[in-house]
Design a binder for this molecule. Structure first.
Ligand code: HEM
Length: 403
């Protein structure tokens, strides 16, 4: 007689990362949720419960240092995403001061950019769009490059660098030696490019975010050259590689739920709660990490000081102890405090911008594409497991109407 043993936390984590499971990792997260706090064979901790993740995101004893053996940069040369207070708070204050005012009042401009991208495909008859390449990717790329002051002609270079670099976010043991070498090369190219851009701005500042960071009126707030470069790199990568998946995952949810698509067409205000639901149901950032600065008691277990912690944001978003019918896509879900943008002191700085881009793009898709349907379902997914989204999302339509 054989007895079925429940898969271990280590197995479940590996299954959630495996490329064959990329189209639907959620059944594996559901299994993780049976043990919301679980120890893995390598001594790290797998946290999948909503409350437990929130507790750790807000706990000052959980450090943003992921203890990633692959990250060889000295601590001071890491971005604010990986820093703890007080340096984190200092850097975040400067970035927020420069970033937030520049994105206020941007909705009209975003509407124009979306219109321009879709207009390129307007016609009188049936056609196809690759939502990723034609809309979801170029929109955030243009926006972040405009904000930071990266010249338009460098956008394609950035696109390819960002794509090569995001693979570096995945756990090292899922990558071949060649991939790791390729990553190092891409990092080197990014550093060279950013240094060139900074040197150029030093002699000819503009009114962009980079110039704002470089010439801050308060000398105490001016970043040192290394921090400036890593902050710029963080904003560029975060601006390139996350919003694309929010728009693409949102389009997928819309096309799989034709009733929701029809509602959005007649009620564009639905875009606001709908984007929140995409961030809960199929979040672009699936997981994050921390480490324990002290013993942390959580859900009756002690995570010992010095442990690595994996926060499964996408699993927490499907936790039935927090969300009713967690596996249902409910476009106007209330009480939707999802973990899609993280939480606590590292809560996403770009959340307002990403929300606005996705709301405007999804509303335009619903309004302008007549009888849209997916050409391949599920679509091919990107290799990356942490940033989850389709590689291509081809949508056929009867007509793309002018705005
Ligand atoms: C942090 C998600 C777009 C800039 C984060 C975190 C998440 C996240 C989950 C927290 C990570 C953690 O605590 O470990 C997303 C998603 C986006 C998005 C889902 C799009 C849909 C953006 C954009 C920008 C941005 C457009 C800026 C251009 C940042 C920065 C941080 C951050 C700077 C670090 C904040 C800190 O450490 O204090 N983001 N992000 N993000 N995000 Fe985003």
């Amino acid at each position: 007689m054989t007895t079925a043993t429940a898969p271990s936390a280590t197995d479940l984590f590996a299954r959630a990362l495996r490329y064959e499971n990329r189209a639907d990792p959620y059944p594996h997260y559901a299994q993780m949720l049976r043990h919301p706090v679980a120890r893995m064979d390598d001594g790290s901790w797998l946290i999948s419960g909503y409350q437990e993740i929130r507790q750790l995101l807000h706990d000052p004893r959980s450090s943003a240092d992921r203890l990633d053996p692959q990250n060889k940069a000295p601590k001071a040369a890491r971005s604010l995403l990986l820093q703890d207070p007080p340096l984190h708070d200092q850097l975040r204050r400067v970035v927020t001061q420069e970033f937030i005012p520049r994105i206020m009042g941007m909705r009209d401009h975003l509407g124009e950019l979306v219109a321009r991208l879709l207009d390129a495909h307007t016609g009188t008859g049936p056609g196809q769009l690759n939502i990723v390449a034609d809309l979801a990717y170029p929109l955030p790329v243009t926006v972040i490059c405009e904000l930071l002051g990266v010249p338009r002609e460098d956008e394609p270079l950035f696109g390819s660098l960002a794509r090569r670099l995001t693979r570096g976010l995945d756990p090292v043991d899922t990558q071949s030696e060649e991939e790791l070498r390729e990553l190092d090369e891409a990092r080197g190219e990014l550093i060279n490019y950013l240094e060139g851009l900074i040197t150029q701005r030093r002699t000819s500042p503009g009114d962009d975010l980079l110039s704002g960071l470089m010439f801050h009126p308060d000398p105490d707030q001016v970043m040192d050259p290394i921090q400036l470069r890593v902050t710029l790199g963080l904003l560029l990568i975060a601006g390139h590689e996350t919003t694309v998946n929010l728009i693409a995952n949102g389009t997928l949810a819309l096309l799989r739920n034709p009733d929701v698509l029809a509602r959005l067409r007649t009620d564009p205000d639905l875009a606001t709660p709908l984007v929140e639901e995409v961030l809960r149901y199929d979040p672009p950032v699936q997981m994050s990490g921390r480490s324990a600065l002290a013993d942390i008691d959580i859900a009756g277990t002690t995570i010992p000081k010095g442990s690595r912690i994996r926060l499964m944001l996408a699993a927490g978003n499907r936790d039935a102890n927090r969300f009713a019918d967690p596996d249902l896509f409910v476009p106007d879900r209330r009480d939707n405090a999802h973990l899609g943008f993280g939480g606590g002191i590292h809560y996403c700085i770009g959340a307002t911008l990403a929300r606005a881009e996705a709301q405007i793009a999804l509303a335009a898709i619903a309004r302008r594409l007549q009888s849209p349907r997916l050409v391949t379902d599920p679509p091919p997914y990107r290799e990356n497991a942490i940033l989850r989204g389709p590689e291509h999302l081809v949508v056929a339509f009867e007509r793309l109407t002018p705005d």
